[in-house]
Structure formats: C-alpha cells, structure tokens
Ligand binder design. Structure first.
Ligand SMILES: [Zn+2]
Length: 284
C-alpha cells in the first residue's frame, strides 16, 4: 500500500508503507509527468504507474533519480519510455554499489526478482532545469547524505524536493558531514517554499522548514562535538555510543524506530574518519 498525498495543484507525493516511509514525487503537466524518485518495491512503484495511466491518463516523460540509493531507484525500470536524469556521480555509484547490493537482495527477496537498474541517460553536475508543459524544475547538486544527491525545486508551485539531504534523522555515512551542513544551509535559502518534500517521512509546510533545518544542523553539531570530545580524551566505543539520539534533539521513534541505528552509524563513521585524519596528520 502506498500513501498518496496531493500537496498542490499538480504535485503528488507517494509514500512507501513497506520501507522507511520513502517518498516519491510526481508532477503532472499537460505534456506528461515528471517522476522524482521511485519506491523500493515494484508493487509500490507500479501503483504510481497505474495512477499516471488510469487516473491522470498521462505518461511519465522524465524520471529524476535524486541519488543512487536502492530505496529511491529500484522502480525506474517500470517507466521504459521515460528519460532518466541523475547526477554525474550517480552512474558510478549505481554500478559499483547499488548493483552488487541488488544482486544480493534479489536472492534474498523474490519480489525484487524483476528489478533491473536503469542508468541515467541525462547527467547533471551543479545545476540544471527540466521544462515540461509549463513546469520548471530546477535541479541542484545537494551532497552530504551521498555524493550524488540532487534537490529539485518546482518553481511554479513552490515545492522543494530535498531528497535524503532531509530525512527525520540526518545521515551522512555514505557522504560527508560538512557537505551535508552546507547543503542544509543552501536548502534553507531556497525561497519561496510552500511545501518541502523530504526523502523520507512527512512533507513539511512553509512555517516548519526553517525550524526543522535548524534541528538537523543542531543534530550534526551535537554529533561532531561528542566525537571530538571522545577523541580528545582517548575514549572507546562505549564512550562514543553513550550519546543517545534524543540528547541531540531527534526522537528515538523517528524514521520508524531506525533513528538510534542510523545515529550510531553516524557516530562510528565520523569517529573513524576523524581518527584516521589525525593519524595521517601525525605521520606527516
Ligand atoms: Zn539515501
């Protein structure tokens, strides 16, 4: 079952109920639709395809893959007529990371048997736009969660799709904490925004955007402060993991209870990266 929400006149959001509340966005125009990401399971993405065909009597002209992670890209093969757009870095990540993981996942989960990865044919780097049937979609590089993340701003309806740069708990294990901070600050500058669609979880309304971005930035500062403190006093894993996600302002129940797990992965990743950087510096 997919939750469908119409957030403005021509904008729909489809949310997975099977995995981590992933969002896909759909923009409908008189000349066809633009799909922003797909959902993790084929039966969920198929619901979007059916909606476009039967309810809107339209077709998907472009699929924008906001980054190469499995939960956003698995359904792209269900739109064989669409042009697929992604970041320059997405191709390599799809081939070296998403594909081997898919081959493994297929053997474990028969519902993924038909999934095949689609490589973006149109690649963007810093900024690019799609224009279709009166809709202008501005795509911008938004790294931090992963190196290939792009955000999409639908200018006419003032909807910002932030992808996983914004999710109920910031997560930088596949990316970089500094990039994520810069991206969050850049997203806070996008104006006007009526609705902000996060990569996972609830759609934010205009009045919530600034506060939520501040919460995410505070979370990142809290994690980094703690890691620096543990490194300074030569603490180990126990000291590192003593910081609860709630101490950094993110509820434990966020992202269907995944918050603690992702938080601990953030801590360990940052700790190992910083420790390595110190060792390299010492050697030099
Ligand atoms: Zn992701």
């Amino acid at each position: 079952m997919v939750l469908r929400e119409r957030i403005s006149e021509h904008t729909y959001v489809f949310r997975s109920s099977m995995y981590a509340r992933v969002n896909a966005g759909l923009i409908s125009t008189p000349e066809g639709c633009v799909l922003i990401d797909t959902l993790p399971y084929p039966e969920e993405t198929q619901e979007i395809a059916n909606f476009v065909q039967r309810r809107l009597r339209s077709q998907v002209k472009y699929v924008i893959l906001t980054h190469s992670h499995a939960d956003h890209v698995y359904g792209a093969y269900l739109f064989p007529e669409a042009e697929v757009i992604g970041h320059l870095y997405a191709r390599k990540l799809l081939l070296t990371q998403t594909k081997p993981a898919l081959l493994k996942a297929r053997t474990l989960n028969p519902v993924l048997a038909d999934v095949c990865l689609i490589m973006p044919a149109i690649l963007m780097e810093k900024e690019a736009a799609v224009r279709l049937g009166g809709a202008t979609l501005i795509m911008r590089h938004a790294p931090g969660h992963a190196p290939d993340v792009i955000s999409v701003y639908y200018r006419e309806e003032k909807v910002l799709f932030a992808s996983d740069a914004m999710m109920p708990i910031p997560y930088f294990v596949h990316g970089d904490i500094r990039d994520l901070r810069n991206t969050l600050r850049a997203l806070a500058q996008v104006s006007p925004v009526e609705d902000l669609v996060q990569g996972h979880g609830d759609v934010l309304l205009r009045g919530e955007v600034k506060t939520v971005i501040e919460t995410y930035l505070d979370y990142l500062d809290c994690v980094e402060r703690h890691v620096d403190w543990v490194l300074a006093k030569g603490g180990g894993k126990q000291a590192l993991l003593s910081l609860d996600v709630e101490d950094c302002g993110i509820p434990r129940i966020a992202l269907e209870g995944l918050a603690t797990k992702l938080h601990q992965e953030n801590l360990v990743t940052l700790f190992l990266r910083k420790r390595k950087a110190r060792q390299v510096k010492r050697k030099a």
